[in-house]
Design a protein around this ligand. Structure first.
Ligand code: C2E
Ligand code: MG
Ligand code: MG
Length: 640
């Protein structure tokens, strides 16, 4: 090995003639005095060896000798083994009864590619010009004619040792270069195929790996699933926690996914990668059936939604998931991956972390998205987007104390489209402001009508999306609509989810302060599902917390669930906020939230969202005894 080779001038002389060995030792020895040739020789040696010469400039050789070819071969082997190889082997051609010089040279060459072999012979056989072919490489085999002059031998030794050293230096330089090229190629390969943050395969590599899994499948019908995850609000977390913590979190997610996928029973092979800023992929081969796949996806989702400890902080994540698989959704990696992405985008648009299984309708959807967009634009212009109203019951007075305005798209054919199906689309299209204005106008029109017809002053909550918060004209738009309809600003509340609020607090803060100063109430919607930082509550001009429906839905399932709701209500009260329990579907739930001290309740048990006209009728049915706001039956009165 080049690294172990030391830089001494080691020479092996092999000859069965003891006299000749003596001659070698004399002329290569350090006390050699070759009369008139001395100065020329030492000059040459000085040039060739520099420090490897003695004070007279004569080269220092370390000479070893033997009288048989086989012994020479073993000596070379040993020298290479200990990392102290010979620079030259002088080999006599005939050394009976052992192997001859040519055979010994061939064996030596097999062991040491770099040693200079000098065949020493008294005859012209073998032909010197054939030696290079017989024992390559040709630049390391030489022919030396006996009898030789001592100076000739020393000159040759000096020249070949010099050559050996420069060959060595060249080889080392080449090794360094080769290593550098290799490292660079490896680095480029990693850069092209791996994500530098998590060290996981990137999109390109994932596509290759997916194709390999598909090609290697036991049977053409074996399922290879692509499970794609988008970590919700990662950019927000990254900004608030700091880049380093964000990076650590991404690595942890990657590690957890690898662990989960390698623990999957019945799925022999898996690959985990990162194909976008906060997007991860799990490729799972050999999934038996749909049930098994469902179980796998649930476990993957659960694994990233269990808390992470990053920089001593517990972080809770939610993941949107899209799934497609080979061979059902595509025959090649690109198609399957693309379809899993379509499913993922669908999940992401649904706001909450959900799982979407690819189905052919999605492609159809994508193809007709333009039509749908045009239809929605038209619908807003035609006034097909209306608001329905869902009552909110005051748990203190038992009266209806507010309503939430919920958008509905009433198509001319009579079908009703839910907001989850068109609000995200309006945002994607960049027309959510136009949509918001139309909702606000409708709401203000209804408030004005209620006031005029029934003398009601009932506050209405309107939902705001993240896009609207970024509209720098938002405050102006709201003011101008209220002014135009002559609506008191205290009758309008704006609902924002925690997620929307915290996505960009620096943008949200001044807008909300302006709105609050103007007199509009700020409500936090779906409270408890977002990022578990409470400090923002104290900083924002929040008036009301709306506990997410999921907590109320599970309220009566266990004592722990009840305690959670009780604590959230207590927290809201401690911060002097009004608390609304959302999604109340049963009498028992209503009793409990009343007991825990919630201020308002909203849910199907009290009333479903309904058109404005129906809402008035509903109110009169609920309470026909008074022309004032309706009072619900006694059962709703707060327990003392
Ligand atoms: P949200 O603001 O949390 O509205 C409450 C949702 O829960 C409504 O669904 C409502 O119909 C439903 N809900 C109310 N009580 C119950 C109950 O007891 N049980 C159950 N299972 N559900 C109940 P909806 O109308 O489909 O609205 C869904 C979401 O769409 C809303 O959630 C809101 O985030 C968004 N949204 C609705 N209208 C608008 C709008 O005008 N603008 C914006 N940006 N988003 C809107
Ligand atoms: Mg709401
Ligand atoms: Mg809500």
């Amino acid at each position: 090995m080049a690294q172990n080779e030391t830089a001494t001038n080691r020479i092996l002389v092999v000859d069965d003639d003891a006299m000749l060995i003596g001659e070698y030792l004399r002329c290569l020895g350090k006390d050699f005095e070759p009369d008139s040739a001395t100065s020329t020789l030492t000059d040459l040696e000085k040039v060739l060896f520099g420090e490897e010469t003695d004070e007279k400039g004569a080269a220092k050789f370390e000479v070893q000798s033997c009288d048989q070819g086989k012994i020479a071969v073993e000596a070379v082997r040993e020298a290479v083994k200990v990392g102290n190889p010979f620079s030259i082997v002088f080999l006599d051609i005939r050394m009976p009864p052992g192997i001859d010089g040519i055979e010994a040279a061939k064996l030596i060459r097999e062991i040491d590619q770099n040693v200079n072999i000098v065949i020493v012979t008294g005859s012209v056989s073998p032909e010197p010009e054939n030696l290079g072919k017989e024992i390559p490489p040709a630049d390391r085999i030489f022919f030396f004619k006996k009898p030789f002059h001592a100076v000739e031998c020393r000159q040759l030794a000096a020249a070949l040792c010099g050559k050996w050293h420069s060959d060595l230096a060249l080889r080392r330089a080449n090794d360094v270069l080769e290593q550098r090229v290799w490292d660079r190629t490896e680095a480029l390969h990693r850069l092209a195929y791996y994500d530098p943050v998590t060290d996981l395969p990137n999109r390109l590599m994932l596509l290759d790996e997916l194709q390999l899994l598909i090609d290697d499948a036991d049977s053409p019908d074996s399922n290879t699933a692509v499970v794609l995850l988008d970590i919700e609000r990662f950019s927000f977390l990254n900004e608030t926690m700091g880049y380093e913590s964000g990076t650590a979190l991404l690595s942890e997610i990657g590690k957890r996914l690898i662990r989960t996928c390698s623990d999957l029973v019945g799925a022999p092979q898996s690959v985990v990668g990162r194909f976008g800023a906060d997007e991860f992929a799990c490729l799972i081969a050999g999934v038996d059936d749909d049930d098994a796949l469902e179980d796998i996806v649930a476990r993957i989702k659960q694994s990233v939604e269990e808390p992470f400890l990053v920089c001593s902080r517990e972080i809770f994540l939610k993941a949107s998931i899209g799934v497609a698989w080979h061979p059902v959704h595509g025959r090649d990696s690109k198609t399957v991956f693309r379809r899993a992405e379509a499913a993922l985008h669908r999940s992401m648009r649904r706001l909450e972390g959900r799982v979407t299984w690819y189905h052919s309708e999605m492609e159809h959807r994508a193809k007709h998205k333009f039509d749908m967009e045009a239809e929605l634009r038209q619908a807003i212009e035609n006034g097909e987007i209306v608001t329905w109203f869902q009552p909110q019951l005051s748990l203190n007075s038992g009266k209806i104390a507010g309503v939430e305005a919920l958008a509905r798209w009433l198509r001319p054919d009579g079908t009703i489209v839910a907001p989850s199906d068109f609000v995200p689309l309006s945002e994607e299209m960049g027309i959510s402001d136009m949509f918001f204005e139309s909702v606000m106008r409708h709401v203000c029109g209804v408030i004005a009508q209620w006031k005029e017809e029934s003398n009601w002053d009932i506050p209405v909550s309107v939902n705001l999306s993240a896009h609207q918060l970024r509209n720098h004209k938002l405050v102006e738009i709201i003011k101008s609509i209220l002014r135009k309809e002559d609506i008191d600003q205290n009758l309008i509340n704006l609902e924002l989810t925690e997620t929307v609020l915290l996505e960009d607090l620096t943008i949200a803060m001044p807008v909300l302060n302006d709105l609050s100063e103007y007199g509009v109430g700020i409500h936090i919607d779906d409270f408890g599902t977002g990022y578990s930082s409470l400090s923002y509550l104290a900083e924002l001009p929040v008036k009301t917390l709306k506990i997410d429906q999921s907590f109320i839905g599970r309220l009566t399932e266990s004592a722990t669930n009840a305690k959670i709701v009780q604590s959230i209500i207590a927290l809201g009260k401690a911060m002097e906020l009004e608390v609304v329990a959302e999604g109340v579907e049963t009498e028992q739930q209503l009793m409990l939230v009343t007991k825990f001290g919630a201020d308002l309740a909203q849910g199907f048990f009290i009333g479903r969202p309904m058109p404005a006209v129906e809402f008035i009728e509903w109110c009169s049915i609920v309470d026909q005894t008074t022309s004032d706001l309706p009072v619900l039956p006694d059962v709703l009165a707060r327990e003392s």
